[in-house]
Design a protein around this ligand. Structure first.
Ligand code: GDP
Ligand code: MG
Length: 332
């Protein structure tokens, strides 16, 4: 289907930056056409870079969903920032997102100033046009143009998809000629376990109404049938997630999915900072955790096309965000 390395085929890396909540994860999912990043109306739900891949006959756009760049308050915030800034210089195009339905403020300016420090071509995306009138869109575009030197302006709605093809056009025209970096049907390089952990965290944030986002972290591992000791296995296993041909594994060997051993078994560990938060996560009679687990499992099954067994545990780990050791161990 594709021209790997064929003349005219364009490919490269694009990073999405912007204030928390501007819609980076929503846009990533819209561009990729599948849910690879969690979306929440609470700030900073996305902690790790998530790679989404959009492939067409003429191009491959590899997307990085960076966590929001912001004034750091904790060690986690500092590391998150450093990582986000580092990617700006390495990618082919930066997309700076601002909102059409909210004032452009100091948060946007802070990020625009960081973006201005690198030479990478930048596209200004004015998101959430569905929630703003035509006057507001024009006004916001004018204000946004004062944020820096941009190579293009694209108003769009990441939610409805309106205007997204125009963004794709702008990106494609700025990408260099290049190879296919990933197989054509692949939409993310995240392991299935990482998707499970992110989905479970998203569902917990949705189900537990209390202010928890900064205190929850979820890790997940595949339960290997041969491992009997029940210990915590920290290996970062890369399994082929969301490939175009799920019936084959990385080596092109058929995966025997459909039979009894075709259940993907995942053990998720939810870490909170205090005992009281543990209670909130679990809920009365385990209701909250059960509901979140069920929703995460269902979505994961739909996403991967396999049956999933999702085991959940909650652990209290005091002030994990501030403890570098814990951060290292959890992979931040
Ligand atoms: P992020 O923090 O930048 O990754 O933002 P998210 O993608 O998680 O979105 C934050 C919130 O904005 C969620 O409630 C989304 O549903 C909402 N949102 C994102 N894009 C749009 C859009 O185009 N229109 C509207 N009305 N809401 C949006
Ligand atoms: Mg996000």
């Amino acid at each position: 289907m594709t021209g790997d390395g064929a003349p005219g085929f364009r490919s490269g890396f694009v990073t999405l930056v912007g204030r928390p909540n501007v819609g980076k994860s929503t846009l990533l999912n819209q561009l990729v056409g599948s849910k690879v990043a969690i979306v929440s109306d609470r700030p900073q739900t996305t902690r790790s870079e998530i790679r989404g891949v959009r492939t067409s006959d003429s191009s491959q756009i590899v997307l990085l969903d960076t966590p929001g760049i912001h004034k750091p308050r904790t060690l986690l915030g500092e590391r998150t920032n450093q990582r986000a800034i580092g990617t700006l210089a390495e990618v082919d195009i930066v997309c700076l997102l601002v909102e059409a339905n909210a004032p452009i403020g100091t948060g946007d300016r802070f990020i625009a100033d960081v973006v201005a420090r690198v030479d990478t071509p930048t596209v200004l995306v004015l998101n959430k046009t569905d929630a703003a009138g035509p006057d507001a869109i024009g006004e916001h575009l004018a204000l946004a143009s004062e944020l820096g030197d941009f190579d293009a302006f694209v108003p769009l709605s990441a939610l409805t998809g309106d205007g997204v093809p125009a963004l794709v056009g702008e990106l494609e025209s700025r990408l260099p000629e290049g190879p296919l970096y990933y197989p054509a049907g692949m939409v993310t390089d995240q392991p299935e376990t990482a998707l499970a952990a992110e989905l479970l965290r998203e569902k917990l944030l949705g189900v537990a109404r209390e202010e928890l986002p900064h205190s929850i972290t979820v890790t997940a591992e595949e339960i290997e049938p041969e491992r009997e000791d029940g210990g915590f296995d920290d290996r970062r296993r890369r399994s082929p997630s969301l490939r175009g041909r799920p019936e084959e594994d990385e080596d092109g060997e058929p995966r025997h999915r459909g039979g009894d051993d075709d259940i993907l078994r995942i053990r998720a560990v939810i870490r909170v900072e205090r005992e009281s938060q543990k209670g909130i996560v679990i809920g009365k009679g385990g209701r909250v955790l059960k509901e979140a687990g069920t929703r995460a499992r269902q979505e994961l099954e739909a996403l991967l096309g396999v049956r999933v067994y999702l085991e959940t545990r909650v652990k209290v780990e005091r002030d994990w965000q501030r403890r570098a050791h814990a951060l290292d161990r959890l992979g931040y």
